[in-house]
Write a protein that binds this ligand. Structure first.
Ligand code: SF4
Ligand code: SF4
Length: 101
């Protein structure tokens, strides 16, 4: 088995690293990663006091039943392995890995 890579027009090899995990403990829900992801992989959700994920409505009012917001991987299969999310994250929440072929 080897890692999936592509050959760039320049002839150089590039190995994409795909999103594996976002650390809920360190994530502050700032949304920076969501803004840079070009593939709609990520989704901001609420975490309630039992650690369950709850949907965040567009009308973010004070009655929402969550303790904090965290970023989650909603569509992992859409990731192209650019690692832009990881580079912009101020809390180093991301784990990425190459794909094996
Ligand atoms: S690696 Fe790129 S495509 Fe994948 S989740 Fe991060 S920003 Fe989106
Ligand atoms: S950039 Fe980092 S801290 Fe901000 S929402 Fe994304 S994972 Fe969380």
């Amino acid at each position: 088995m080897s890692h999936f890579s592509i050959t760039m027009p320049s002839g150089e090899s590039w190995e994409p690293k795909f999103v594996q995990n976002i650390n809920e403990e360190t994530c502050i829900g700032c949304g920076r990663c969501f803004k840079v992801c070009p593939r709609g992989v990520l989704e901001l959700v609420g975490l309630n006091d039992e650690g369950e994920r709850v949907h965040i409505s567009d009308e973010d009012d004070e009655d929402e039943e969550y303790e904090k917001k965290v970023m989650t991987i909603a569509h992992q299969e859409m990731c192209i392995g650019c690692t832009a999310c990881s580079k912009i994250c101020p809390k180093k929440c991301y784990t990425h890995a190459p794909a094996t072929v």
